[in-house]
Design a protein around this ligand. Structure first.
Ligand SMILES: Nc1ncnc2c1ncn2[C@@H]1O[C@H](COP(=O)(O)OP(=O)(O)OP(=O)(O)O)[C@@H](O)[C@H]1O
Ligand SMILES: [Mg+2]
Length: 1024
């Protein structure tokens, strides 16, 4: 906004808040007039948009205009309906809060046009996918359909909405429209049967007659002449110059298809429209017996066909009524007037419900698909286009409801604007004086109060037994509400004012002005009754649409339906609840004249609207505190060039920057306040002088900007060039490096191949690289994988030039490993080894069982300590048993086998049986020991034959331990001769007498005396 402030003198101020004389209504209207004269129809009061109907097409709604307002801050650009739309949309997206735009104003002030402009703005500027474009089209196309069925030409507006509309547009997380929902309020049904002079019925009737194809009209039994239909001739105005019914018919038919109506449904809907026209032409007359009867048979025929009901039943229902008296049902004929009223009631009911059905169907087609709304959260922008405050010559029930609705909306408006203003001051920590405004709660209570409210009294009167009438209702009102400051009747008023109210009227002093309401028809309209038998007939209809409009349960349902006023009151309460839950924006529409003329500004008319729209109050509230407020960041950004301290950039806290700036600008303390996030400027002139300073500073700023820009551009160019040079140098270096590496690799490969070819030649320049490489590889291989164990005899094959060196290395390596191995051996293992060496010297290749004995370890004794006999041990004295083993001893004569223990000490061996020492053999006397070469365990100890006592010795100690013998112990004890015969051992039995033991191979070990008197030992062969 600030950017255009210089033009303010020519076209007034773009925000009324900046009006110097803000309390003057004249100044307010003058500002509106001046701007209107320049075709500037939009002006703000803070965030509220005031729109004056231009009554002509202005070139301000193009796509280019939409783009100008898209994403631009509200105050940056001249006021527009698109700025409000965009601001609301951005608030919804950034704050993730549901929004609503409340459009209000008198009939013909441009509410519907404004709501259409907002919808078009969203349809054009919001992101949309192919899938969602269908929805967008449906959203847009819902307008012509609803307007055809719900709008009509009135004296004030050729396209007057005769119903209230609240539409929610649902957006997904990306800000794309994904669904919509419409709530409709109180359709003016009375228009279906009656229109004032110069007014028309709903557009759809004329559209059908003008645009419908001849076939269609014939099917519906209609003629292309609106004059022929009683319901269309009341206003004497079938044609309107500003309306092209034929074109509109095409638009509506197309829109119905786009929205997704079935052909059957459209047919049913048109049947209903045609049936309303036929109902209007249905006449009653006196029958032969003086009874009231239908005189237009053709109409009845078409009615039964179009409504899908039984003709006779309909005839009966249109001329009779069913009454229940004392539990009994009675049929009574209707008088002429009653029949006409019943017919009109039917026409209104059928049309009204078809309209509601239409809204339900549109809502179904606008429903956001579950998959779309499932992803991420969605937000909503609501658009309220509802009837404005109405004052006619004769005001009835409809005006009463409409004006009540406006009272409620005004209350909401005052509450929300005041509340939000107050909240802002509180949030910013600014103290302010509350502003006095007219609280219209008293009027709202007067209408909707629980027991003493107008609606309650009306309902009570409708339900009262006896003969309630409109006049009795008026009397009841006088009784209950007499004395209320906002309620006047003829009887209650004094002499001066009495003339202003007729006897059948009551006057309400609304916030917007005084309105006289005629009570005629209040009761009937409130009851909105359709005779039960008529309802029964329609409920039996085989028309799809009608059966959805009239439910069969309605007839049987004993519950009294809610009255029209209560229904309206409740739906209004719900609407207020919906609006309260959203962040509101306001568009206040004003019409400049009553003649729908462009360029005419009727001051009196505008003043009246300014008054009842509460615009002056709105401005006062807005100005009570501060005329102008802006976030520190925005303020500083705009005016920082005016102070050397803040130019070109402020580095510290924003609040400090703003304080520095205003100090430099010379603001007086009473002129401004610093809040938490915003600066508040009290007087417009302070802002204007700041703006003027900015204007004066602009040329210098432009110069600075130009210089900086040029400098920046040149520098950027230089940097680009520099970057390009560095890049090419770097790439060259990398490429050269790569080429060098590649060349080197080629050389090596070539040398290798050549060397391989010459590998068997003497060392020469051709093969020296290859040979060196071979040598190096062999040595490195040895270095990396040397033999790991002494038992591992493997050794890699060396290249010919390293054969000798390899042998040396192999030996060295083995020796090293062996040394290391020997160092690691423990003493007990060494002893074992020594013993094994001795055993090997004696038995290797001599004794068949030797190889099996090698892995077995030598042990200290084969007897457990408990097997030694204590007595024997004691007899030994100092000699210690070094080794003990259980043996079988064979006698020299007879070879009797006896179990014994053979115990060895350091100087003798002995044989023990239980506790008895049977024989002792000193090692010194032992001549030799004999064993066979087989796998048996026999051992023969030879002692000198003279020593009779000592004579013995055929032992079989080795059966279970072949050659784990005591032999080493024996051997280590003295010099013994050990002989290993192959097949027999001879020993001395007595002097001159010898015994022989024969050894032979057999399947198993066996000891037996043979025929020759020898001992025959058979032993299995263990090794080949
Ligand atoms: N911004 C506008 N530009 C051009 N013409 C406009 C504009 N706003 C309204 N009009 C004209 O005024 C007429 C009445 O406007 P509109 O139907 O929006 O009034 P309304 O406030 O909805 O009235 P009602 O309460 O009777 O429905 C429109 O048909 C159109 O000709
Ligand atoms: Mg309208």
């Amino acid at each position: 906004m600030e950017s255009t402030l210089t033009a303010r003198d020519r076209v007034g101020v773009q925000d009324f808040v900046l009006l110097e004389n803000y309390t003057s209504e004249a100044a307010f209207i003058e500002n509106l007039r001046r701007r209107f004269g320049e075709n500037l129809i939009y002006t703000y009061i803070g965030s509220v948009l005031v729109s004056v109907n231009p009554n002509k097409d202005l070139e301000i709604y193009s796509k280019a205009h939409m783009e100008r307002y898209r994403g631009v801050s509200f105050y940056e650009i001249s006021p527009h309906i698109y700025a409000v739309s965009d601001n609301t949309y951005r608030a919804m997206r950034t704050e993730r809060r549901d929004q609503c735009i409340l459009i209000s104003g008198e009939s013909g002030a441009g509410k519907t046009e404004a709501s259409k402009k907002i919808l078009q703005y969203y349809a054009t500027t919001c992101p949309v996918t192919d899938h969602l474009s269908t929805l967008r089209d449906r959203l847009l196309q819902s307008n012509p359909v609803l307007e055809a069925f719900g709008n009509a030409k009135t004296l004030r507006n050729d396209n007057s909405s005769r119903f209230g509309k609240y539409m929610d547009v649902q957006f997904d997380f990306r800000g794309a429209p994904i669904g919509g929902h419409i709530l409709n309020y109180l359709l003016e049904k009375s228009r279906v049967v009656h229109q004032n002079h110069g007014e028309r019925n709903f557009h759809i009737f004329y559209q059908l007659l003008e645009g419908g194809e001849q076939d269609l009209l014939s099917k519906l039994g209609l003629e292309r002449n609106a004059q022929k239909y009683q319901y269309l001739v009341k206003g004497c105005c079938p044609r309107v110059s500003s309306i092209n019914d034929k074109n509109d018919w095409r638009t509506v038919r197309k829109a119905l298809t786009v929205i997704g109506f079935h052909e059957d449904e459209v047919e049913d809907l048109l049947n209903i429209i045609a049936s309303v026209l036929h109902l209007g032409n249905t006449q009653f007359g006196e029958g032969k017996n003086g009874e009231n009867q239908i005189t237009t048979e053709t109409q009845l025929k078409y009615l039964s066909k179009l409504l899908g009901v039984d003709g006779a039943a309909l005839r009966e229902a249109l001329t009779h009524k069913k009454i229940t008296a004392k539990g009994e049902e009675m049929i009574s004929p209707l008088s002429f007037e009653q029949a006409v009223a019943a017919r009109d009631a039917l026409a209104k009911a059928v049309y009204g419900r078809a309209f509601t059905w239409l809204v339900v169907k549109i809502n179904q087609s606008l429903l956001a698909s579950e998959t779309i709304s499932f992803f991420g959260s969605s937000s909503v922008i609501g658009l309220l286009d509802i009837y404005g405050f109405e004052v006619f010559q004769h005001n009835s029930f409809e005006q009463f409801c409409i004006n009540y609705c406006n009272e409620k909306l005004h209350q909401l408006f005052i509450e929300l604007t005041l509340k939000s203003e107050q909240e802002e001051y509180e949030a910013e920590g600014i103290t302010w004086e509350p502003v006095k405004y007219f609280d219209n709660k008293i009027i709202c209570d007067l209408v909707e109060g629980k027991h003493k409210g107008l609606i309650s009294i009306l309902d009570e009167e409708c339900l009262r037994p006896g003969e309630p009438s409109d006049i009795s209702f008026l009397e009841k009102l006088e009784d209950t509400l007499g004395g209320h400051a906002h309620f006047v009747t003829h009887k209650l008023s004094n002499g001066k004012t009495r003339k202003a109210v007729s006897r059948e009227e009551f006057k309400l002093i609304h916030y917007a002005g005084e309105v006289n309401y005629s009570v005629n028809g209040f009761l009937d309209k409130n009851k909105d009754l359709l005779y039960r038998n008529l309802k029964e007939v329609i409920c039996q209809s085989n028309s799809q649409v009608l059966s959805q409009c009239f439910h069969r349960e309605e007839v049987t349902d004993q519950k009294r339906p809610e009255t029209a006023a209560t229904q309206f009151k409740n739906s209004l309460a719900k609407l207020i609840e919906i609006l309260m839950s959203k962040e509101p924006s306001y568009v206040r529409c004003i019409k400049p004249n009553d003649a729908k003329q462009s360029g005419r500004f009727d001051e009196a008319l505008v003043r009246h609207q300014v008054k009842y729209l509460g615009l002056m109050e709105n401005l006062r509230v807005r100005r009570a505190g501060f005329a102008y407020r802006r976030h520190y960041e925005t303020f500083l950004q705009r005016y920082k060039s005016l102070c050397p301290g803040t130019w070109p950039n402020w580095q510290g806290r924003l609040a400090d920057g703003v304080a520095t700036l205003v100090q430099h600008l010379g603001y007086k303390p009473e002129e401004y306040k610093l809040g938490k996030t915003k600066i508040f400027i009290r007087f417009p002139k302070t802002l204007f002088s700041t703006e003027d300073s900015l204007e004066a500073r602009r040329p210098a700023l432009v110069l600075t900007l130009q210089t900086s820009w040029r400098g920046y551009r040149e520098r950027a160019k230089y940097l680009r060039i520099r970057q390009a040079v560095i890049q090419s140098a770097w790439r060259g270096m990398i490429s050269r490096q790569k080429a060098r590496r590649r060349r080197h690799a080629v050389d090596i490969i070539r040398k290798f191949i050549k060397g391989f070819i010459y590998r068997h030649y003497e060392r020469c320049p051709e093969n020296e690289y290859f040979l060196d490489h071979q040598r190096f590889s062999f040595l490195m291989m040895l270095f990396r994988n040397p033999p790991k164990s002494v038992l591992d005899k493997s050794w890699p094959i060396p290249p010919p030039c390293l054969t000798e060196a390899s042998e040396h290395l192999c030996r060295l390596c083995m020796r090293n490993m062996m040394r290391a191995y020997c160092r690691r051996i423990q003493p007990e293992w060494k002893k074992q080894m020594e013993q094994k060496v001795v055993a090997s010297q004696i038995f290797k290749d001599q004794k068949d069982s030797y190889p099996q004995s090698v892995p077995k370890l030598f042990v200290a004794s084969r007897l457990n300590s408990e097997e030694f006999n204590l007595k024997v041990i004691q007899t030994l004295g100092n000699d210690k048993v070094k080794y003990g083993i259980a043996v079988t001893k064979y006698d020299r004569r007879g070879y009797k086998a006896r179990p014994r223990q053979l115990l060895l000490t350091s100087s003798f061996a002995m044989l023990v049986a239980e506790a008895k020492l049977k024989q002792r053999i000193d090692y010194a006397t032992l001549r030799s020991i004999s064993v066979s070469s087989l796998s048996d365990g026999f051992m023969v100890l030879h002692v000198p034959s003279e020593d009779n006592k000592q004579k013995f010795s055929l032992l079989s100690p080795l059966l279970s331990h072949p050659l784990s013998p005591p032999t080493p112990s024996l051997l280590s004890s003295g010099p013994l001769l050990l002989s290993v015969p192959v097949c027999s051992i001879t020993f001395a039995v007595a002097r001159g007498k010898e015994g022989v033991i024969d050894f032979t191979s057999g399947p198993e070990l066996k000891v037996a005396k043979c025929k020759k008197g020898h001992l025959l030992v058979t032993a299995p062969k263990l090794n080949p």
